[in-house]
Design a protein around this ligand. Structure first.
Ligand code: SF4
Length: 120
């Protein structure tokens, strides 16, 4: 498969970016363009590059940490190297209804950083 990507491994996931350490899943319909991922690991997440996620840009723990900064679950991950997997999302009440990573929702709601990401 082109660029080492595996397609549609999880419901709503457009792409899987995988190496031997970690898989990062991308669900563009959930992205609200907070740029948290871009700010956390700009060598990994770059909206102006194709592919826009390059896992070799950081160690797996740093990639996982950046994914966990995504407030909506547009990004998620699974570890293949024995590292700690992503904890289950916490259910919170939002309008419109949905599931967000509540620990980051407030920070993202106040974020002024917006960049256009692929897939939209
Ligand atoms: S919601 Fe924010 S952190 Fe998540 S993928 Fe979109 S820009 Fe990145």
């Amino acid at each position: 498969m082109s660029e080492g990507l595996e397609e549609r491994k999880k419901a709503g996931v457009a792409r899987e970016y995988r190496d031997d350490r970690i898989s990062v899943y991308w669900a563009p319909q959930l992205c609200i363009h907070t740029a948290n991922c871009l700010s956390a690991e700009p060598e990994v997440f770059d909206a102006g590059r194709r592919p826009w996620i390059v896992l070799e840009g950081a160690d797996a723990d740093a990639v996982a940490d950046a994914v966990m900064r995504c407030p909506t679950g547009a990004l998620s991950f699974t570890r293949h190297d024995g590292g700690e997997d992503e904890p289950a999302a916490e259910e919170v009440t939002v309008d419109p209804p949905g599931t967000v990573r509540s620990s980051f929702a407030a920070a993202c709601a106040s974020s002024t950083a917006r960049r256009e990401l692929p897939g939209r």
